[in-house]
Each structure stands twice: as structure tokens, then as C-alpha cells.
Design a protein around this ligand. Structure first.
Ligand code: SOE
Length: 398
């Protein structure tokens, strides 16, 4: 029986609330941890939905006011599972109250907000983490290991594409994801943030960016006013629509500080591509390629193989020698999306217990936001933008 506890207060209970709850619950079941994560308080604005969520995931208490969660003496970690426009305000208060912070991505709406979050976290001396969970796929860790061992050699190319298809239907409503005030950008921030984080992890810092953004559907029904609801007579009066104020697709070309070049493509308009987060890295000694929809595999090509036997091989990253796997199942018993969250929680708890750094932290999150902002600036001006030239923007958190 563990005596040390790490008490979590989660703010938000939707998609990420569920993924995080599962992560906290599984962490100590599969990994040996010094501290046991305790699901202490869940917070959301809708009392009955929150109650149902808390009961299902065994959260001990509920609160409808996030400020009260941050102030509670029986909470050690604030888990921010909210849309990004709400991250900064909660994170600043959590840091002020001396709580460790586990924050969903993208870190914030602007580099101004992200910079303040970093400053506050450093001042408070807390552990801070941005949940770019794909860094914690064993196959992605393997890519990093091959790079570190020199098996890819000097990197020439990064090619990232993150493609989804969930808003191709013009009847898909104008949710918070499609409004600038709440999302900042569209797939650029939501999906490219993951790819930029992976590129930082695997290739290095991005120096300059050229970007093109496009918006295919400019007007959408307001939530609850889609054609199906409307024709079923569940809504009366004129059908209300609103303007989509974020891009639908973003294409970036970048130069890395180490001389490599890269491309990033992010879209929600790729029919058939459900959550296809892919990257390819090409270097002087070999190449690697990853596709999240086949997340247990890594493609690897080595120029050092005898020429007659060269070709891409598929490595199933489920051996106990692959990161995290020894704590799960025997070889070939694959893992899934939710495991990347468990790994994030495990590393975060270990960082707290061992007083060690964890990446990506708020400094990494800020670096990522700056690249995305340089991209947005480039798309606006038609110019290539140096990441370092981006001024910190004014804080715009509500
Ligand atoms: C968007 O559809 C989304 O849920 C992202 O917000 C997540 O970060 C990504 O991992 C899956 O897709």
C-alpha cells in the first residue's frame, strides 16, 4: 500500500477529461510509482454532466467553480483539460497557488499567454507539462533512439502531415474549434502543434517559416441548428449560422536551425483520414517513417544494410526493449492511443517524485506556439517569417 499520494484536480470533463482520467487511473496499475495519483476533484460548469463524469471515473469530489479547485488544500496537481483559450487563466492561478500543472495542448492561444504561464510556473518552482502525447508512443521514442544513435545520420528532411476529416460536411456545426476567440486557429494550432512538437523532439529547433492557409467553408450552422436537427422540427425560427473564423487547412515550409528543411500539412478536410498523424525523416544514413493510425510500427530504412538487402523494414515497437512496453503486455500485444496519456502521467509523476525536469514543459510549449505564430504571420503577410523575430503578443486570455 502506497502512503504517498498525489492528489489531482481536473478542470474539464469532455474528450480530454476522459482520456486524462483514464491515464491517472491506469498509471499506478501498470507502473511502479512512488506516489499514488488520487482522483480528488473534478470540475466543470454543468453540474449534472459533471456528476455523471465523476461517478464513472471515480473522482472523489466535484466543484463547479475552477477557482475553488485551484485553492483547495487537498489538491497537488491541476490538470487543465480545457479548450486552449482557458488555459492561461487557470494555469496562472494554479502556479500562484503552488500546484503542479499538467496542461493539454496547444499550451495557449498566444505566445504572450504562454510566456506568462512559463514565467509564473518557474517563479513558483512547480512542475509543468504540456501534453503533446505523441512523443510518448514507443515507436516515436524508437525513432528518437535511432536518431540519437546516429543511424539516420545528418537529417535533411522532415515531412509531417496531420490529416483528419471530421468537418468535411458543411452541416458540421460551428463549435468552439472553429472560432478564433476560442481556438485561436484551426488545424494549424490543433494538429500542427503536435507535429511541430514532434519535429522539435526529433529534428531540432525551427528557424523560419513560410505558410499558406485556406478556408473552404466560410459559414456553418450554429450548434443545434444543423440540417438534421432543423428538419426534425427540433429548432424553430430562421436557421442560424455563423462565420468560421479559423482556417480549414494549413501548409508550412520550414528551415530548421541545423540546416534541415521540413514541411507540415494540417487539415480536417481529408476524407478517409481519421487521425492520420504521419512523419517521415530522411538523413544521410537512413530514414524513418511513422503513422499514428499504425502507431505500434516504425518504418526504418538503413543505407548501411548491404545494397542487395536494402528496403524499408517495419519494426513492431512492442518488445520490452522499447520504451514503456515492459510495463504492458508481451511482444506483439499492441497498445493504443490511451496508453500515450498513461505514459505522460507516469513521466509527470516521476518528475515530481524525483524532482526531475520533464519535456515538453512550458518552455517547449512556448517554443511550439512561437513557430505556429510565425506560421500564422507568414500566411497573413505572404512573407517568410523568422521564428526569433516574433514579438511576444499581448496576453489575450479571458
Ligand atoms: C482534434 O480532433 C484532436 O482531438 C486533437 O485536439 C488532439 O490533440 C489529437 O490528438 C486528436 O485530434
Amino acid at each position: 500500500m502506497k502512503t504517498k499520494e498525489l492528489r489531482i484536480g481536473i478542470i474539464g470533463y469532455n474528450f480530454m477529461g476522459r482520456a486524462h482520467s483514464n491515464g491517472w487511473l491506469q498509471a499506478a496499475k501498470f507502473f511502479d510509482l512512488e506516489s499514488l495519483p488520487v482522483l480528488q476533484v473534478a470540475c466543470g460548469r454543468n453540474g449534472s454532466a459533471l456528476r455523471a463524469f465523476a461517478d464513472r471515473w471515480h473522482w472523489k469530489h466535484i466543484e463547479t467553480d475552477w477557482k475553488k479547485v485551484v485553492e483547495r488544500d487537498d489538491v497537488d496537481v491541476i490538470d487543465i483539460s480545457l479548450p486552449q483559450h482557458l488555459h492561461a487563466e487557470v494555469a496562472l492561478a494554479a502556479a500562484e497557488a503552488g500546484k503542479h500543472i499538467f496542461c493539454e495542448k496547444p499550451m495557449a492561444l498566444s505566445s504572450g499567454d504562454a510566456g506568462q504561464m512559463l514565467q509564473a510556473a518557474e517563479k513558483a518552482g512547480i512542475k509543468h507539462y504540456v501534453n503533446h502525447n505523441y512523443r510518448r508512443c514507443p515507436a516515436v521514442r524508437l525513432a528518437r533512439r535511432l536518431i540519437d544513435e546516429g543511424k539516420i545520420g545528418r537529417i535533411f528532411h522532415w515531412r509531417g502531415a496531420y490529416q483528419q476529416d471530421w468537418i468535411v460536411d458543411p452541416e458540421f456545426p460551428l463549435t468552439w474549434h472553429l472560432r478564433k476567440e476560442t481556438a485561436g486557429t484551426g488545424p494549424h494550432g490543433d494538429l500542427n502543434s503536435h507535429s511541430v512538437d514532434l519535429a522539435h523532439y526529433l529534428v531540432g529547433d525551427v528557424k523560419s517559416v513560410s505558410c499558406l492557409m485556406s478556408n473552404f467553408i466560410k459559414e456553418r450552422p450554429l450548434p443545434g441548428e444543423g440540417a438534421a436537427t432543423f428538419s426534425a422540427g427540433k429548432s424553430t425560427g430562421p436557421r442560424r449560422t455563423g462565420e468560421v473564423s479559423v482556417e480549414d487547412a494549413s501548409l508550412m515550409l520550414v528551415e530548421f536551425a541545423n540546416g534541415a528543411v521540413g514541411s507540415f500539412e494540417a487539415t480536417r478536410f481529408a476524407p478517409g483520414r481519421k487521425n492520420r498523424n504521419t512523419f517521415e525523416i530522411y538523413g544521410s544514413e537512413g530514414s524513418v517513417a511513422f503513422d499514428l493510425e499504425r502507431m505500434n510500427e516504425l518504418q526504418y530504412f538503413s543505407r548501411r544494410d548491404p545494397e542487395y538487402a536494402q528496403g524499408f523494414r517495419t519494426i513492431l515497437a512492442t518488445e520490452s526493449s522499447h520504451d514503456y512496453i515492459a510495463n504492458w503486455w508481451p511482444p506483439g500485444h499492441t497498445i493504443g492511443y490511451e496508453h500515450t496519456f498513461v505514459h505522460g502521467m507516469v513521466d509527470f509523476i516521476n518528475a515530481i517524485d524525483g524532482n526531475r525536469p520533464i519535456a515538453p514543459d512550458f518552455a517547449d510549449g512556448l517554443k511550439c506556439i512561437k513557430v505556429l505564430e510565425a506560421g500564422a504571420r507568414s500566411a497573413e503577410t505572404g512573407q517568410r517569417v523568422a521564428v526569433d523575430s516574433m514579438p511576444a503578443l499581448e496576453r489575450i486570455a479571458s
